[in-house]
Design a binder for this molecule. Structure first.
Ligand SMILES: Cc1cc2nc3c(=O)[nH]c(=O)nc-3n(C[C@H](O)[C@H](O)[C@H](O)COP(=O)(O)OP(=O)(O)OC[C@H]3O[C@@H](n4cnc5c(N)ncnc54)[C@H](O)[C@@H]3O)c2cc1C
Length: 681
């Protein structure tokens, strides 16, 4: 039997839900919840406007087809599943591709300053894995513009009053309450394991507190920091996803980690030079002579090897990222063809990304954001000199497992409580922290889209779930929350007391370096075995850390130590998943198993935490499992939904060869038939 009122619990309290994360996925979820009349508490480690989404550069995909190229949501769906090497469930991808044009128009109406054509239409650029102009962009700071637009909408709800079913204002209750600088620690679970709220820590006062919520959504972003320096922000440790995984949530396809081909070094992080640089005509090359010591701009055309254009004449510099990164790796690490760096006096594992042949004015209009970054951090003018770039860990296709309900037309049943539900009843996930939309390799500019679409799906799903609850979390005994709060307080106090010899920051460096070297572009089983043994060792050593700071306010060391514990757990899920998958698929590449093996591995990796005595933090992999939702049992298997586009081999090198455009510029209509995804059945 469903709870009597949607607004108030039996005990008269306003029934709120919780969203953890204020990036694009979190804010969209909040907006959709508010539109459905559901009051929300939002938690974020940082001010929501500093969420990692703010760093996104190149754009957001939508097959609006303003350039009359014949693009459509169907082609977008096909290219996304083809780019992801068929590991993505196709119903959610269809839902996303169908919704994309409407999402971009909605963002435009919200005031996002998208670049426009001379006629005033939205402009679209090319991105990897497609021959169409499908990416809407706001210069090279698209993420910032999108985040600020959504933030404005959420602020509106921060001032809106909660009304009851009769439309009467409930005094003192606003639709949105924001908790910034709070670290999510765990979900509060009742005796049946249902998520009933969260425990979080105020990062200024270090107070630990439990908050009730009728449902909880994690929108906490990716886990890039497991690999140390990456293109991600330093807060992207994956701690929240790891924490709920340890509480019983399934983690899916953890081994699918994307390495972006073009980044630059930095002491704190590796800064991305967006794919949009290639979308606007940037060319990747190395000198033909490995001993070449002239500066990039002094090397004549005849002495340059445009290796991506040569091997992939159709897609050229815009092959999907997994392929581009492997080709760069091959050139630098296996063939020793990395370019000469005058500052170090040696050949480095870098290639040139060259924009110097393009008109400065156009570059400034479309790419100024990233070109400024290059100039500031490398100290060279990218308008005059080819940029030196190398691959960096960028994105996780894997994440918390989430469900979906397929509609009759092959998309999603909007409003189904199954959509975006994790395997913990009452816990939802949206954005990069979940696994649903990108299979084994994400196409560029599809993430911002999946975050916003994911949020648009999650809000109504949580509202339905809340409607179907038999008892509000606000009517539970306070002991449920006190118990969870005490458990987290005890864990935190134990961290503060740790006075061992290991330094948590150094331990993280050690683990991250190993993950970076052996669990990214090329994976070898013997090395993965060594990594797994080493993770076990690091896990043991992490129990002997000495926390450098024991102060009672703004204690970053204790917080980092907690995140480290959670990162070690995720590292094992990623490495073990990679060890098990003896094939190559998308970003997961094993030279010893070069081909995709659909018979054995066209399956979602479903990982569960298992904490045995001799094997702490072990991973248990399942072929199927059951989870409960609004009193019903749902059975899940690892089969991938391939009902819309039949799997076939990925052959980007064969596409569009007849009409190669060496500078990766637009293809004309006739070329489309050559794109493998566009010819999909
Ligand atoms: C440099 C760069 C450029 C990119 N450019 C593009 C692009 O052009 N197009 C594209 O499609 N994709 C791009 N991406 C990918 C895309 O930006 C991200 O995948 C996406 O923004 C993730 O959004 P999100 O809402 O899932 O999470 P985030 O934006 O990362 O937000 C996570 C939120 O969760 C909060 N949080 C995390 N942990 C906790 C915790 N423990 N407690 C409380 N709160 C917590 C954070 O404070 C934050 O508010 C880019 C990525 C990078 C690194």
């Amino acid at each position: 039997m469903a709870a009597k009122s949607n607004t108030r619990s039996e005990s008269g309290k306003v029934r709120r839900v919780i969203v953890v994360g204020g990036g694009l996925a979190g804010l969209t979820t909040v907006i959709k919840l508010c539109e459905a009349g559901v009051p929300v508490d939002v938690f974020s480690l940082v001010p929501v406007k500093r969420s990692h989404s703010v760093c996104a550069q190149g754009g957001i995909n939508a097959s609006v087809n303003t350039k009359g190229e014949g693009d459509s949501p169907r082609v977008h769906l096909e290219e996304t599943v083809y780019g992801g090497d068929f590991l993505a469930n196709q119903a959610p991808v269809k839902g996303m591709a169908d919704a994309a044009p409407g999402i971009v128009y909605m963002l435009d109406r919200m005031g996002v300053p998208f670049n426009r054509t001379a006629e005033g239409l939205l402009d679209f650029r090319r991105f990897g894995g497609t021959l169409f102009h499908r990416t809407a962009f706001a210069g090279a700071t698209t993420g910032q513009q999108l985040l600020y637009a959504l933030d404005e909408q959420v602020r509106r709800f921060e001032t809106a009053d909660v009304e009851d079913e009769r439309g009467i204002v409930i005094p003192g209750e606003k639709m949105v309450r924001k908790f910034e600088f709070w670290d999510f620690l765990s979900v509060v679970q009742d005796d049946a394991g249902v998520a009933r709220g969260i425990v979080a820590q105020d990062l200024k006062s270090m107070e630990i507190k439990a908050f009730p919520g009728d449902a909880v959504c994690l929108a906490t972003g990716g886990p890039g920091i497991v690999f140390g320096r990456s293109t991600n922000s330093v807060i992207n440790t994956g701690t929240a996803a790891s924490s709920v995984y340890q509480q019983g949530a399934c983690y899916a396809n953890g081994e699918c980690i994307q390495v972006h081909p073009t980044a630059i070094p930095g002491a704190d992080k590796l800064r991305l030079i967006s794919e949009s640089a290639r979308g606007e005509g940037g060319r990747v090359w190395v000198p033909k002579d490995p001993k070449e010591q002239r500066r990039g701009r002094e090397v004549p055309e005849a002495d340059r090897d445009y290796f991506l254009e040569a091997k992939y004449p159709g897609y050229g510099n815009l092959v999907p990222r997994d392929i581009a990164s492997r080709e760069l790796f091959l050139k630098c690490f296996h063939e020793g063809r990395g370019v000469f760096n005058a500052k170090t006096g040696a050949n480095e594992n870098e290639v040139y990304l060259d924009l110097t042949h393009l008109p400065k004015e156009a570059l400034h209009k479309k790419l100024a954001g990233i070109l400024e970054i290059y100039e500031k951090f490398v100290g060279e003018d990218p308008y005059e000199n080819p940029m030196r770039v190398f691959p960096a860990v960028h994105y996780s296709m894997g994440g918390l497992w989430v469900d979906f309900e397929r509609s009759a037309d092959g998309g999603l049943v909007m409003g189904s409580p199954r959509n975006q539900a994790t395997s913990i009843s009452g816990l939802y996930a949206a954005g990069e922290c979940e696994y649903q939309y990108h299979g084994a390799n994400r196409l560029g500019a599809n993430s911002l889209l999946s975050c916003i679409y994911g949020g648009m799906v999650t809000g109504p799903a949580m509202a339905s779930y809340r409607k179907g609850m038999d008892k509000s979390s606000y009517d539970l005994s306070s002991s449920v929350f006190e118990k969870a709060e005490k458990r987290e307080l005890a864990k935190y106090n134990a961290i503060l007391k740790m006075d061992g010899k290991e330094n948590p920051f150094k331990l993280h460096d050690e683990m991250a370096q190993m993950m970076l070297v052996d669990v990214t572009i090329e994976r070898h089983n013997d090395k993965l075995d060594t990594v797994l043994a080493k993770i076990d060792e690091i896990d043991m050593r992490s129990r002997k850390v000495g926390v450098p700071d024991t102060s009672g306010r703004a204690n970053q060391s204790a917080q980092f130590t907690r995140h480290l514990f959670n990162m070690i757990v995720l590292a094992r899920v990623i490495a073990q998943g990679a060890r098990n998958r003896d094939e190559s698929r998308g970003a997961h590449f094993k030279p010893a198993f070069k081909d995709r093996n659909d018979e054995k591995f066209l399956r979602t990796t479903l990982a569960f935490h298992s904490d045995g005595g001799n094997a702490p933090n072990a991973v248990r992999f399942a072929r199927d499992f059951d989870y409960a939702l609004n009193g019903k049992t749902v059975n899940i298997t690892d089969a991938v939904d391939i009902s819309l586009v039949q799997p076939r081999a990925r052959k980007y090198e064969q596409a569009g060869a007849a009409s190669a455009n060496a500078q990766g510029a637009a293809k004309k209509d006739g070329d489309k038939a050559a794109a493998p995804a566009a010819t999909a059945t």
